[in-house]
Every structure is written in structure tokens, then in C-alpha cells.
Design a protein. Sequence first.
Length: 62
Amino acid sequence: MQGFDIARRGYDRDQVDAYLALLTAGAGPDAPPPAFDIVRRGYDRAQVDARVAELRDRGPDV
């Protein structure tokens, strides 16, 4: 759990968790852009988008 709200229709939680693990492991801006499926009871899209942008901007120093 990444601390995101659960939305009625949001990003696939497993995909988001895996992508954020990749970014925090040091992939930074070199990581491929995310392409998350939209599912019922997924993570809030705006919150995930903001967090991904923050991590990509900060790079591997996270």
C-alpha cells in the first residue's frame, strides 16, 4: 500500500506498486513512462500521477 486513496475507478494497484518500486530503486527519469490499467477500486489517478511526476523529477536520489 502506497498511501493512495482507493477510487471507484482508478489505476491498477499492483501495477502502480511495481512501477513505484522501480522508481524508488533508482530508475528515475530513465524508467519507461507508466501505462496503468484502469480498474474498479484502484488507486486515485491524480494522486498517483502527482507521485510519479515527483519521483521522476527527483531522480535516483529518492
